[in-house]
Design a protein around this ligand. Structure first.
Ligand code: AVI
Length: 318
């Protein structure tokens, strides 16, 4: 699933294994859709809009941490690295750090290849001195980067608490792969959302404007395209809430009525009130976050947070 993007490169369509993965998850006893399918071109734009919402604190809190501690973060992480931006989206977060980190090469990686291509074209105009190597791939499956990505001084950048969208076991497994891909002198700069008052969390994932609801429902349109399915979004309702016991936000889609859904090679009757699980977003304490990195093989860590301790930015040496 790797597609190094040049301006002429064909846009990567869903691979066969994506269709097989979706088929299996829709047939599961408790149906689910992997959160990576939330990000088609519209889903990526809706996520951008979520980041602008007053209720969605992670983006602005993380930005404030970089604003307040950017100089020290850059000193710890080092400049002139190969900056590998996992889940780059519109590349805005990394681009804001370019003046501090001064990367020799910028490697934005995202499953939403078409969206990424547009973002990088705009970025190239302002940062012609940085070598840009965009890669369209599903990095949750593999971190095999093209040979054109420099091996020395790799700094992986994984902001926005996307690590929270893995279960803790999956997160450890993923971070072990990042650790291996860092090489000897590399590191990881990661943003991790911290546990907090359920009221704050519930509002962030079920906002008043319904942008998160649209983001969640849009996954069905994406699945329709990938799998030739006939989900009707009008027949589904967004559910987003904090499950305090599990320490995670859960997003689900709830069937408003009983309905038969058909896709290439499959079909399922969903009962009224039945849920499709679309996302988890785990929230950690600072010590749990550091523990996760250490258990994944990273060495020294340095943690920066905001005055409310709502979010942490952590540098971990490989
Ligand atoms: C990308 N990820 C870290 C977001 C989160 O907060 O878990 C995705 C998201 N889902 C709903 N709102 C935002």
């Amino acid at each position: 699933m790797l597609n190094q993007l040049s301006p002429d490169a064909p846009v990567q369509d869903a691979g066969l294994h994506q269709a097989a993965e979706l088929d299996a998850s829709l047939r599961a006893h408790e149906a689910f859709i992997s959160p990576k399918f939330l990000y088609d071109p519209l889903g990526s734009k809706l996520f951008e809009a979520i980041c602008e919402l007053p209720e969605y604190y992670p983006t602005r809190t993380e930005a404030a941490i970089f604003e307040a501690h950017g100089g020290e973060i850059a000193r710890v992480a080092g400049s002139g690295a190969t900056l590998i931006d996992l889940g780059a989206g519109n590349c805005a977060k990394a681009a804001r750090l370019f003046p501090l980190l001064q990367p020799a090469q910028y490697v934005p990686v995202d499953i939403s290849a078409e969206f990424l291509r547009g973002a990088v074209e705009r970025l190239r105009d302002c940062h012609s001195h940085i070598q840009m190597t965009p890669v369209g791939m599903d990095f949750s499956r593999s971190l095999d980067l093209p040979d054109s990505v420099r091996a020395e001084r790799r700094l992986f950048f994984y902001p926005g608490s996307s690590i929270g969208n893995f279960t803790p076991d999956e997160a450890r497994e993923f971070l072990q792969r990042v650790r291996a891909a860092c090489g000897q002198d590399g590191g990881l700069l990661i943003g991790i959302d911290l546990a907090k008052d359920a009221k704050v969390l519930n509002a962030a994932y079920d906002d008043a404007l319904g942008v998160t609801a649209a983001f969640n429902l849009n996954v069905l349109r994406h699945v329709n395209r990938l799998l030739g399915a006939d989900f009707d979004v009008c027949h589904w309702r967004h559910q987003g809430f904090y499950n305090e016991q599990a320490g995670r936000i859960e997003m689900h889609l709830e069937a408003r009525s009983a309905q038969q859904v058909t896709w290439r090679g499959g079909s399922r009757l969903f009962q009224a009130g039945e849920w499709i699980h679309t996302e988890n977003s785990y929230k950690y304490s600072p010590s749990e976050a550091v523990g996760l990195l250490e258990q994944s093989g990273f060495a020294a860590t340095k943690v920066w947070s905001d005055p409310h301790n709502w979010f942490a930015v952590i540098h971990a040496r490989a």
